[in-house]
Ligand binder design. Sequence first.
Ligand code: NAD
Ligand code: TDX
Length: 339
Amino acid sequence: MTVIVTGGAGFIGSNFIFYMLKRYPDYRIICLDKLTYAGNFSTLASVMDNPRFRFVRADICDRKAVYNLFEEEHPDIVVNFAAESHVDRSIENPCLFLKTNIIGTATIMDACREYGIIRYHQVSTDEVYGDLPLDRPDLLFTEETPIRTSSPYSSSKAAADLLVLAYHRTYGLPVTISRCSNNYGPYHFPEKLIPLMIINALSDKPLPVYGEGINVRDWLYVEDHCKAIDLIIHKGRAGEVYNIGGRNEMRNIDVVKMICDALGKPYTLIRFVTDRKGHDLRYAIDATKIHNELGWFPETKFADGIKKTVQWYLDNREWWETIISGEYQNYYEKMYGNI
Ligand code: NAD
Ligand code: TDX
Protein backbone atom coordinates (compact mmCIF):
# COMPACT_ATOMS: atom_id res chain seq x y z
CA MET A 1 0.00 0.00 0.00
CA THR A 2 1.08 3.54 -0.72
CA VAL A 3 -0.40 6.21 1.54
CA ILE A 4 -0.19 9.95 0.95
CA VAL A 5 -0.40 11.92 4.19
CA THR A 6 -0.92 15.64 3.64
CA GLY A 7 0.08 17.99 6.46
CA GLY A 8 2.41 15.31 7.86
CA ALA A 9 4.94 17.85 9.16
CA GLY A 10 2.34 19.17 11.59
CA PHE A 11 1.23 17.89 14.97
CA ILE A 12 -1.24 15.07 14.29
CA GLY A 13 -0.01 14.22 10.78
CA SER A 14 3.54 13.55 12.02
CA ASN A 15 2.29 11.36 14.85
CA PHE A 16 0.18 9.49 12.28
CA ILE A 17 3.22 8.93 10.02
CA PHE A 18 5.27 7.50 12.91
CA TYR A 19 2.36 5.27 13.89
CA MET A 20 1.74 3.96 10.37
CA LEU A 21 5.41 3.27 9.54
CA LYS A 22 5.66 1.15 12.69
CA ARG A 23 2.28 -0.57 12.36
CA TYR A 24 2.56 -1.54 8.68
CA PRO A 25 6.11 -2.65 7.82
CA ASP A 26 5.20 -3.03 4.13
CA TYR A 27 3.50 0.34 3.57
CA ARG A 28 5.08 3.31 1.83
CA ILE A 29 4.19 6.67 3.34
CA ILE A 30 4.51 9.90 1.38
CA CYS A 31 4.19 13.15 3.25
CA LEU A 32 3.00 16.15 1.23
CA ASP A 33 3.40 19.36 3.21
CA LYS A 34 3.85 23.03 2.38
CA LEU A 35 5.83 23.65 5.59
CA THR A 36 3.84 26.67 6.68
CA TYR A 37 4.68 28.23 10.06
CA ALA A 38 2.99 25.16 11.63
CA GLY A 39 4.97 22.55 9.68
CA ASN A 40 8.39 21.53 10.91
CA PHE A 41 10.84 19.58 8.82
CA SER A 42 12.80 18.68 11.98
CA THR A 43 9.76 16.83 13.32
CA LEU A 44 10.24 14.20 10.60
CA ALA A 45 14.01 13.84 11.13
CA SER A 46 13.71 10.34 12.62
CA VAL A 47 12.02 8.93 9.50
CA MET A 48 13.82 10.85 6.74
CA ASP A 49 16.25 7.96 6.14
CA ASN A 50 13.53 5.33 6.14
CA PRO A 51 13.35 3.89 2.58
CA ARG A 52 9.57 3.53 2.96
CA PHE A 53 9.15 7.25 3.59
CA ARG A 54 9.24 10.19 1.19
CA PHE A 55 8.81 13.88 1.90
CA VAL A 56 7.51 16.26 -0.76
CA ARG A 57 7.22 19.97 -0.12
CA ALA A 58 4.12 21.25 -1.90
CA ASP A 59 0.91 23.19 -1.39
CA ILE A 60 -2.32 21.17 -1.49
CA CYS A 61 -3.82 24.03 -3.52
CA ASP A 62 -1.13 23.63 -6.22
CA ARG A 63 -2.96 21.41 -8.71
CA LYS A 64 0.10 20.76 -10.87
CA ALA A 65 2.29 19.70 -7.96
CA VAL A 66 -0.46 17.52 -6.50
CA TYR A 67 -1.21 15.81 -9.84
CA ASN A 68 2.51 15.25 -10.49
CA LEU A 69 2.83 13.49 -7.16
CA PHE A 70 -0.20 11.28 -7.86
CA GLU A 71 1.20 10.50 -11.32
CA GLU A 72 4.48 9.36 -9.74
CA GLU A 73 3.15 7.51 -6.73
CA HIS A 74 -0.36 6.27 -7.61
CA PRO A 75 -1.43 6.21 -3.95
CA ASP A 76 -3.95 3.69 -2.65
CA ILE A 77 -5.00 5.80 0.33
CA VAL A 78 -4.92 9.56 0.93
CA VAL A 79 -5.31 11.03 4.40
CA ASN A 80 -5.77 14.80 4.42
CA PHE A 81 -4.48 16.47 7.58
CA ALA A 82 -3.21 19.61 5.80
CA ALA A 83 -5.04 22.65 7.07
CA GLU A 84 -4.78 25.98 8.75
CA SER A 85 -5.70 24.78 12.22
CA HIS A 86 -5.65 27.61 14.76
CA VAL A 87 -8.94 29.31 15.64
CA ASP A 88 -7.29 32.55 16.84
CA ARG A 89 -5.41 32.94 13.53
CA SER A 90 -8.64 32.33 11.60
CA ILE A 91 -10.21 35.28 13.41
CA GLU A 92 -7.34 37.47 12.13
CA ASN A 93 -7.15 36.09 8.58
CA PRO A 94 -10.22 34.09 7.46
CA CYS A 95 -9.41 33.96 3.72
CA LEU A 96 -6.25 31.92 4.15
CA PHE A 97 -8.36 29.31 5.94
CA LEU A 98 -10.90 29.22 3.12
CA LYS A 99 -8.16 28.70 0.56
CA THR A 100 -6.22 25.94 2.27
CA ASN A 101 -9.04 24.14 4.00
CA ILE A 102 -11.63 24.25 1.20
CA ILE A 103 -9.82 24.72 -2.12
CA GLY A 104 -6.96 22.49 -0.93
CA THR A 105 -9.38 19.70 -0.04
CA ALA A 106 -11.11 19.96 -3.43
CA THR A 107 -7.76 19.90 -5.25
CA ILE A 108 -6.61 16.74 -3.47
CA MET A 109 -9.95 15.05 -4.10
CA ASP A 110 -9.81 16.00 -7.80
CA ALA A 111 -6.46 14.21 -8.01
CA CYS A 112 -8.06 11.21 -6.29
CA ARG A 113 -10.81 11.20 -8.92
CA GLU A 114 -8.34 11.55 -11.75
CA TYR A 115 -5.96 8.79 -10.66
CA GLY A 116 -8.30 6.52 -8.66
CA ILE A 117 -7.82 5.59 -5.02
CA ILE A 118 -9.19 3.02 -2.57
CA ARG A 119 -9.91 5.58 0.14
CA TYR A 120 -9.79 9.35 0.65
CA HIS A 121 -9.96 10.27 4.33
CA GLN A 122 -10.73 13.78 5.55
CA VAL A 123 -9.45 14.67 9.01
CA SER A 124 -12.14 16.98 10.31
CA THR A 125 -13.02 18.35 13.72
CA ASP A 126 -15.73 18.38 16.37
CA GLU A 127 -15.81 22.17 15.93
CA VAL A 128 -18.09 21.76 12.89
CA TYR A 129 -20.93 21.04 15.34
CA GLY A 130 -20.57 24.42 17.06
CA ASP A 131 -20.73 24.28 20.83
CA LEU A 132 -22.83 22.82 23.65
CA PRO A 133 -24.14 24.62 26.74
CA LEU A 134 -22.10 24.36 29.94
CA ASP A 135 -25.14 23.41 32.02
CA ARG A 136 -26.30 20.42 29.95
CA PRO A 137 -23.71 17.67 30.54
CA ASP A 138 -26.22 15.20 29.10
CA LEU A 139 -25.81 16.67 25.58
CA LEU A 140 -23.06 15.30 23.32
CA PHE A 141 -22.22 15.70 19.61
CA THR A 142 -23.28 12.70 17.53
CA GLU A 143 -22.75 12.28 13.79
CA GLU A 144 -26.38 13.43 13.38
CA THR A 145 -25.83 16.75 15.18
CA PRO A 146 -26.41 19.59 12.68
CA ILE A 147 -23.41 21.54 11.41
CA ARG A 148 -23.47 24.93 13.17
CA THR A 149 -20.08 26.62 13.11
CA SER A 150 -18.74 29.52 15.16
CA SER A 151 -15.34 30.57 13.79
CA PRO A 152 -13.89 31.08 10.31
CA TYR A 153 -11.75 28.01 11.07
CA SER A 154 -14.67 25.72 11.88
CA SER A 155 -16.68 27.13 8.97
CA SER A 156 -13.88 26.30 6.56
CA LYS A 157 -13.62 22.77 7.96
CA ALA A 158 -17.40 22.31 7.72
CA ALA A 159 -17.38 23.51 4.10
CA ALA A 160 -14.66 20.97 3.34
CA ASP A 161 -16.73 18.20 4.97
CA LEU A 162 -19.72 19.08 2.80
CA LEU A 163 -17.53 18.97 -0.30
CA VAL A 164 -16.14 15.58 0.69
CA LEU A 165 -19.67 14.18 1.04
CA ALA A 166 -20.63 15.81 -2.26
CA TYR A 167 -17.69 14.11 -4.03
CA HIS A 168 -18.94 10.80 -2.64
CA ARG A 169 -22.51 11.35 -3.84
CA THR A 170 -21.66 13.00 -7.16
CA TYR A 171 -18.54 11.13 -8.28
CA GLY A 172 -18.71 8.00 -6.11
CA LEU A 173 -15.34 8.86 -4.51
CA PRO A 174 -14.75 6.39 -1.63
CA VAL A 175 -14.45 8.90 1.18
CA THR A 176 -14.59 8.85 4.96
CA ILE A 177 -14.58 11.74 7.43
CA SER A 178 -13.50 11.74 11.07
CA ARG A 179 -14.50 14.50 13.48
CA CYS A 180 -12.22 14.46 16.46
CA SER A 181 -12.09 16.42 19.70
CA ASN A 182 -9.03 18.33 20.97
CA ASN A 183 -5.77 16.39 20.69
CA TYR A 184 -2.66 16.74 22.83
CA GLY A 185 0.75 15.06 22.87
CA PRO A 186 4.24 15.31 21.32
CA TYR A 187 4.95 17.85 18.53
CA HIS A 188 1.90 20.01 19.36
CA PHE A 189 2.63 23.50 18.02
CA PRO A 190 3.35 26.02 20.83
CA GLU A 191 0.42 28.31 19.92
CA LYS A 192 -2.16 25.80 21.23
CA LEU A 193 -3.39 25.74 24.86
CA ILE A 194 -1.50 22.76 26.33
CA PRO A 195 1.97 23.32 24.81
CA LEU A 196 1.66 27.09 25.36
CA MET A 197 1.01 26.56 29.06
CA ILE A 198 3.81 23.99 29.45
CA ILE A 199 6.35 26.21 27.69
CA ASN A 200 5.34 29.39 29.53
CA ALA A 201 5.25 27.67 32.90
CA LEU A 202 8.74 26.27 32.30
CA SER A 203 10.08 29.81 31.98
CA ASP A 204 7.84 31.23 34.76
CA LYS A 205 5.97 33.36 32.21
CA PRO A 206 2.28 34.33 32.68
CA LEU A 207 -0.30 31.70 31.66
CA PRO A 208 -2.99 33.49 29.59
CA VAL A 209 -6.41 31.90 30.18
CA TYR A 210 -9.23 33.32 28.03
CA GLY A 211 -12.31 34.66 29.84
CA GLU A 212 -12.93 32.86 33.11
CA GLY A 213 -11.33 29.58 32.02
CA ILE A 214 -14.65 27.75 32.25
CA ASN A 215 -14.84 26.65 28.61
CA VAL A 216 -14.76 22.88 28.29
CA ARG A 217 -12.80 20.76 25.82
CA ASP A 218 -12.81 16.94 25.40
CA TRP A 219 -9.10 16.02 25.33
CA LEU A 220 -7.74 12.97 23.48
CA TYR A 221 -4.14 11.74 23.39
CA VAL A 222 -2.90 12.05 19.81
CA GLU A 223 -1.95 8.38 19.44
CA ASP A 224 -5.55 7.39 20.16
CA HIS A 225 -6.63 9.66 17.29
CA CYS A 226 -4.08 7.99 14.98
CA LYS A 227 -5.39 4.54 15.89
CA ALA A 228 -8.94 5.63 15.13
CA ILE A 229 -7.95 6.96 11.68
CA ASP A 230 -6.08 3.72 10.95
CA LEU A 231 -9.27 1.76 11.71
CA ILE A 232 -11.46 4.07 9.63
CA ILE A 233 -9.28 4.03 6.50
CA HIS A 234 -9.08 0.23 6.56
CA LYS A 235 -12.45 -0.82 7.94
CA GLY A 236 -14.72 2.23 7.91
CA ARG A 237 -17.61 2.40 5.47
CA ALA A 238 -17.26 4.74 2.49
CA GLY A 239 -19.48 7.80 2.65
CA GLU A 240 -19.60 7.73 6.46
CA VAL A 241 -18.68 10.22 9.17
CA TYR A 242 -17.11 8.94 12.41
CA ASN A 243 -16.86 10.98 15.61
CA ILE A 244 -13.74 10.46 17.74
CA GLY A 245 -13.44 11.72 21.30
CA GLY A 246 -11.84 11.15 24.65
CA ARG A 247 -14.92 11.18 26.93
CA ASN A 248 -12.61 13.43 28.90
CA GLU A 249 -14.20 16.84 29.38
CA MET A 250 -12.16 19.39 31.26
CA ARG A 251 -12.46 23.10 31.95
CA ASN A 252 -9.48 25.05 30.59
CA ILE A 253 -8.59 26.37 34.02
CA ASP A 254 -8.37 22.82 35.39
CA VAL A 255 -6.09 21.76 32.53
CA VAL A 256 -3.81 24.71 33.23
CA LYS A 257 -3.73 23.93 36.96
CA MET A 258 -2.82 20.29 36.20
CA ILE A 259 0.09 21.50 34.10
CA CYS A 260 1.24 23.79 36.94
CA ASP A 261 1.05 20.84 39.32
CA ALA A 262 2.99 18.57 36.96
CA LEU A 263 5.78 21.16 36.73
CA GLY A 264 5.67 22.28 40.38
CA LYS A 265 4.74 25.86 39.34
CA PRO A 266 2.43 28.19 41.31
CA TYR A 267 -1.11 29.08 40.16
CA THR A 268 -0.13 32.74 40.61
CA LEU A 269 1.30 32.51 37.06
CA ILE A 270 -2.28 32.27 35.74
CA ARG A 271 -3.71 35.45 34.15
CA PHE A 272 -7.34 35.75 33.02
CA VAL A 273 -7.23 37.67 29.72
CA THR A 274 -9.74 39.02 27.19
CA ASP A 275 -11.90 36.21 25.86
CA ARG A 276 -11.59 34.79 22.33
CA LYS A 277 -14.24 36.28 19.99
CA GLY A 278 -17.13 33.82 19.52
CA HIS A 279 -15.45 31.42 21.98
CA ASP A 280 -17.14 28.00 21.87
CA LEU A 281 -18.32 27.03 25.36
CA ARG A 282 -18.14 23.27 25.39
CA TYR A 283 -17.26 20.37 23.09
CA ALA A 284 -18.16 16.78 23.94
CA ILE A 285 -18.12 13.86 21.55
CA ASP A 286 -20.32 10.78 21.53
CA ALA A 287 -18.03 8.15 19.95
CA THR A 288 -20.52 5.27 20.14
CA LYS A 289 -20.55 4.74 16.36
CA ILE A 290 -16.80 4.13 15.97
CA HIS A 291 -16.83 2.03 19.14
CA ASN A 292 -19.68 -0.21 17.97
CA GLU A 293 -18.62 -0.47 14.30
CA LEU A 294 -14.82 -0.55 14.58
CA GLY A 295 -14.11 -1.39 18.22
CA TRP A 296 -12.25 1.86 18.89
CA PHE A 297 -11.99 3.42 22.35
CA PRO A 298 -9.58 5.95 23.88
CA GLU A 299 -6.75 4.05 25.61
CA THR A 300 -4.68 6.78 27.27
CA LYS A 301 -6.12 8.38 30.40
CA PHE A 302 -5.69 12.16 30.60
CA ALA A 303 -3.68 11.97 33.84
CA ASP A 304 -1.14 9.67 32.13
CA GLY A 305 -1.20 11.45 28.77
CA ILE A 306 -0.55 14.85 30.27
CA LYS A 307 2.40 13.49 32.29
CA LYS A 308 3.87 11.93 29.12
CA THR A 309 3.30 15.18 27.22
CA VAL A 310 4.92 17.39 29.88
CA GLN A 311 7.88 15.00 29.94
CA TRP A 312 8.13 15.16 26.15
CA TYR A 313 8.40 18.97 26.24
CA LEU A 314 11.06 18.68 28.97
CA ASP A 315 13.03 16.18 26.88
CA ASN A 316 12.66 18.03 23.56
CA ARG A 317 13.48 21.61 24.41
CA GLU A 318 15.43 22.12 21.20
CA TRP A 319 12.35 21.36 19.08
CA TRP A 320 10.16 24.03 20.66
CA GLU A 321 12.91 26.53 21.48
CA THR A 322 13.76 26.73 17.78
CA ILE A 323 10.09 27.42 16.97
CA ILE A 324 9.48 30.08 19.61
CA SER A 325 12.69 31.93 18.78
CA GLY A 326 11.64 32.50 15.16
CA GLU A 327 8.72 34.36 13.52
CA TYR A 328 6.50 32.94 16.27
CA GLN A 329 7.74 35.78 18.49
CA ASN A 330 5.79 38.33 16.42
CA TYR A 331 2.62 36.28 16.76
CA TYR A 332 3.15 35.89 20.50
CA GLU A 333 3.76 39.59 20.99
CA LYS A 334 0.59 40.46 19.06
CA MET A 335 -1.56 37.96 20.96
CA TYR A 336 -0.14 38.19 24.45
CA GLY A 337 2.17 41.23 24.44
CA ASN A 338 0.08 43.12 26.98
CA ILE A 339 -0.05 40.52 29.78
P1 NAD B 1 -1.02 21.70 12.47
O1 NAD B 1 -1.34 23.14 12.30
O2 NAD B 1 -0.11 21.28 13.58
O3 NAD B 1 -0.41 21.11 11.12
C1 NAD B 1 -0.92 21.44 9.87
C2 NAD B 1 0.09 20.97 8.81
O4 NAD B 1 -0.47 21.25 7.52
C3 NAD B 1 1.43 21.70 8.87
O5 NAD B 1 2.49 20.79 8.72
C4 NAD B 1 1.38 22.66 7.68
O6 NAD B 1 2.66 22.94 7.12
C5 NAD B 1 0.51 21.87 6.72
N1 NAD B 1 -0.16 22.74 5.75
C6 NAD B 1 -0.87 23.87 6.00
N2 NAD B 1 -1.32 24.41 4.86
C7 NAD B 1 -0.89 23.60 3.85
C8 NAD B 1 -1.04 23.61 2.44
N3 NAD B 1 -1.71 24.60 1.83
N4 NAD B 1 -0.49 22.62 1.72
C9 NAD B 1 0.20 21.62 2.33
N5 NAD B 1 0.39 21.56 3.65
C10 NAD B 1 -0.15 22.53 4.41
O7 NAD B 1 -2.43 20.98 12.61
P2 NAD B 1 -2.87 19.70 13.48
O8 NAD B 1 -3.25 20.16 14.85
O9 NAD B 1 -1.88 18.61 13.30
O10 NAD B 1 -4.22 19.31 12.74
C11 NAD B 1 -4.21 18.44 11.62
C12 NAD B 1 -5.61 18.26 11.11
O11 NAD B 1 -6.45 17.75 12.15
C13 NAD B 1 -6.28 19.57 10.67
O12 NAD B 1 -7.02 19.29 9.51
C14 NAD B 1 -7.18 19.94 11.83
O13 NAD B 1 -8.30 20.66 11.37
C15 NAD B 1 -7.58 18.58 12.35
N6 NAD B 1 -7.91 18.49 13.78
C16 NAD B 1 -7.04 18.95 14.73
C17 NAD B 1 -7.33 18.78 16.08
C18 NAD B 1 -6.39 19.25 17.15
O14 NAD B 1 -6.74 19.18 18.34
N7 NAD B 1 -5.19 19.71 16.84
C19 NAD B 1 -8.54 18.18 16.45
C20 NAD B 1 -9.42 17.73 15.45
C21 NAD B 1 -9.08 17.87 14.13
O1 TDX C 1 -3.81 31.19 25.17
C1 TDX C 1 -4.84 30.49 25.18
N1 TDX C 1 -5.68 30.58 26.24
C2 TDX C 1 -6.84 29.89 26.35
O2 TDX C 1 -7.59 30.02 27.33
C3 TDX C 1 -5.19 29.58 24.12
C4 TDX C 1 -4.29 29.43 22.93
C5 TDX C 1 -6.36 28.88 24.22
N2 TDX C 1 -7.20 29.04 25.28
C6 TDX C 1 -8.46 28.27 25.35
C7 TDX C 1 -9.32 28.37 24.10
C8 TDX C 1 -10.01 27.03 24.08
O3 TDX C 1 -11.17 27.06 24.88
O4 TDX C 1 -8.11 26.90 25.46
C9 TDX C 1 -9.00 26.07 24.70
C10 TDX C 1 -8.19 25.28 23.70
O5 TDX C 1 -7.69 26.21 22.75
P1 TDX C 1 -6.83 25.75 21.47
O6 TDX C 1 -5.67 24.95 21.95
O7 TDX C 1 -6.59 26.96 20.63
O8 TDX C 1 -7.83 24.72 20.77
P2 TDX C 1 -9.32 24.87 20.20
O9 TDX C 1 -9.65 26.26 19.85
O10 TDX C 1 -10.24 24.14 21.15
O11 TDX C 1 -9.18 24.03 18.82
C11 TDX C 1 -8.41 22.81 18.76
O12 TDX C 1 -9.25 21.68 18.79
C12 TDX C 1 -10.04 21.44 17.65
C13 TDX C 1 -7.52 22.76 17.53
O13 TDX C 1 -6.67 23.89 17.51
C14 TDX C 1 -8.35 22.67 16.27
O14 TDX C 1 -7.48 22.53 15.15
C15 TDX C 1 -9.23 21.44 16.38
O15 TDX C 1 -10.08 21.37 15.27
